[in-house]
Every structure is written in structure tokens, then in C-alpha cells.
Design a protein around this ligand. Sequence first.
Ligand code: ADP
Ligand code: ADP
Length: 224
Amino acid sequence: MSELNLILLGPPGAGKGTQAERLREDFALAHISTGDMLRAQVSEGTELGKQAQSYMQAGELVPDEVIIGMIMVRIGAADARDGFLLDGFPRNEQQADALGEALATLERRLLAVLLIEVSDDEVVRRLGGRRVCTKSGHVYHLEFDPPKHEGICDQDGSRLIQRDDDHEQTIRKRLEVYHAQTAPLIEYYEKEGLLRRFDGRRPPNEVNDHIRATLATLRLEDKL
Ligand code: ADP
Ligand code: ADP
């Protein structure tokens, strides 16, 4: 069977993490979130975390050399051998080029790039109400997807917090960075014939159903 190597693309707050959590369970994929990896490095106080922290707080991209090295090691790990779901990477053309070259060397390839589309206003609404758990990063929304008990993760009972960069000014900066540096990847992957679009305004379950249907078709086509 072909490897399910996928990229989730979309602005901050589009629902990439939310969908990744579901797809990972449905398809047994390694979920590779550069944001989660960086936040773990920051909280452990590693050298890489120290380099990344100020960029993250400002809503800027962490330098490519830091990110690319980190991702290449991760893609080669045992659990990513049969398929991976990249969430938050690539974020600019240099990162996309580096990924393409690395996959070619490994004789692997991408099956699809899943673009989740939402407007800037929706991003601001979603990120302003986003809460994440301190233990595993499970994602909630105060209004759209509240936990059963206020301030507590349904899945592991840990405390829910607001991310440092989920405040209005940083959200606006992240959107600017997205439009300037990441959105050009839409055309990049469209040219490669890999892009699939999803309406991210739909409720999470509907978005998930659409993605699963698309993946089922892609897998069938790939086998023919
Ligand atoms: P979201 O998807 O909510 O925008 P992420 O968790 O993906 O946020 O990323 C948080 C921050 O981590 C980004 O604003 C950026 O500073 C850094 N980051 C994550 N992935 C990358 C990447 N591929 N390249 C550069 N910086 C990154
Ligand atoms: P990303 O990883 O793209 O930054 P998240 O998955 O963290 O996005 O979602 C951002 C916020 O929006 C979270 O608070 C999440 O609960 C909420 N959310 C995710 N998907 C939807 C959706 N389809 N409709 C409404 N809210 C959503």
C-alpha cells in the first residue's frame, strides 16, 4: 500500500491540530507538529528552545535551519515510516524545497497537501478562544468546542491554558506572516497537482468527513 504522507496547510487557527488529532487515530499516522515540537523544546529549556522562543512570542517564523534539521530527523523515525501528517511545516518555499529534496533522496513522496481554508476574522475568533491542555496539547475552544469541566482537559485531566501567542496583537502578526510567507505554498503545491481544498468553516466533524473521503479516493487512485 502507498504511504500516506500528508501535509496540513492553512492559516493559524484553521483547525489543523484539531483535524490532525482525528486523522492520526483514523489512519495510524505519525502526527508531526512543528509548533508542538518547538513548545516542548521551550518548556524543557533546550538550546533549540532558547533559540526559538523569542520568534514564537513575536509571531515570527523560527529560522529555517533550526526547523528543517528538526523535521528531517523526525520524518526518519520508525513511527513515521508508513506515513506522516505534517502540521505547521512547511511554512515557506525554502522549507518546502528542503522537504521535497529529502523525500526524493529517501525515495518517498507526498500523497496530498490538505488545505483548510478560513477567513482572517474567523482566525481571530478561534485563536482568541483557544485553550490547550498543559500535558499533551489537546485543543479546545471556549465557545465552539468547550471542555466538559471548565479549565480541565477531558482527555487527561490536566489544566487548560491560553497560549502565549494567542493574544490579538500576536495573532494579527501571525496572520501577516502566513499571508506573506506560507500562502504562496498553495500555488506551489497546486502546480505539483497535490493540493486538495477543504472548507474550514464547517464544524470539525464535517471537515473530518470530507478529508477522510478525499483520502479514501486518493488511496484508491494511487493503487490503480
Ligand atoms: P498555529 O498553527 O496555531 O499557527 P503553530 O503551533 O504551528 O501555530 O506554531 C507556533 C509558532 O511556532 C509559530 O508562530 C512559529 O513561531 C513557530 N513555528 C512552528 N512551525 C514552524 C515552521 N515550520 N517554521 C518556522 N517557525 C515555525
Ligand atoms: P491550528 O492547528 O490550525 O492552529 P486548531 O486545531 O488549534 O488550529 O484550532 C484553533 C481553534 O479553533 C481551537 O480553539 C479549536 O477548538 C477551534 N476549532 C478547530 N476547528 C474548528 C471548526 N471546524 N469550527 C470551529 N472551531 C474550530
